[in-house]
Design a binder for this molecule. Structure first.
Ligand code: 5GP
Length: 191
């Protein structure tokens, strides 16, 4: 067990470190290299899905060697627990027109796939020159709709994780590691 857990005020809710900041950093560099190679000679629009992808996007774009613009979209899925209800809606749309642009959708985690599936449909209809998906974490066991993932950081087991942008009721986004939340914390609290 990492030493910080005992010192953290939220420590009792956190079970173990799944991915530490060094491992995340290494993987983000690799993803940045692949994306830079694939988009050589083109200009990219990285679209972060708020709020979870904020920290991942911030680190990722600093690893890119191609010109990149940044925009954000915010989605909600009704409810504040650990389960997506299935109904997704846009809370904040893009500020930029994506027609004819090379768009890379950047997401923290794919779980059921409903969020990305919904956004991909909407964005495709806006006629971008290309549309790809980059996710830090993939939980394939829980997939309900297939999602094409072009760049994936880590495949993880079906556990609820927080840190590095990911929250539980808006807490823990600031942690540098990705940490498993104890099941007792959210059991019976799903929506
Ligand atoms: P999906 O629509 O693929 O079911 O869910 C995607 C969203 O669910 C993510 O953007 C994230 O907000 C939330 N989510 C899914 N699994 C986790 C998890 O393990 N931890 C956290 N913090 N959020 C999760």
């Amino acid at each position: 067990m990492h030493g910080w857990v005992g010192h953290n005020v939220y420590g009792a809710e956190l079970e173990r470190v799944l991915l530490d900041s060094a491992a995340i950093d290494r993987r983000v560099r690799e993803l940045g290299d692949s994306i830079s190679r694939d988009y050589a000679g083109r200009e990219l629009l990285a679209v972060g899905i708020l709020k979870g992808a904020l920290i991942f996007l911030a680190d990722l774009v600093r690893r890119l060697t191609v010109p990149v613009a940044i925009d954000f979209v915010a989605v909600g899925s009704y409810g504040a627990g650990t389960e997506s209800s299935g109904a997704v809606r846009i809370l904040k749309d893009l500020e930029q027109d994506i027609a004819g642009r090379h768009v890379l959708l950047v997401e923290d985690i794919v779980d059921t796939g409903l969020t990305l599936n919904y956004l991909l449909e909407i964005f495709r209809a806006r006629a971008p020159a290309s549309l790809r998906v980059c996710v830090l974490l993939d939980k394939p066991e829980r997939r309900r709709v297939p999602v094409p993932i072009d760049y994936c950081g880590f495949v993880i087991p079906d556990e609820f994780v927080v840190g590095y942008g990911l929250d539980y009721n808006e807490r823990y986004r600031h942690l540098s590691d990705i940490v498993v939340l104890r099941r007792e914390v959210y059991r019976g609290n799903s929506v």
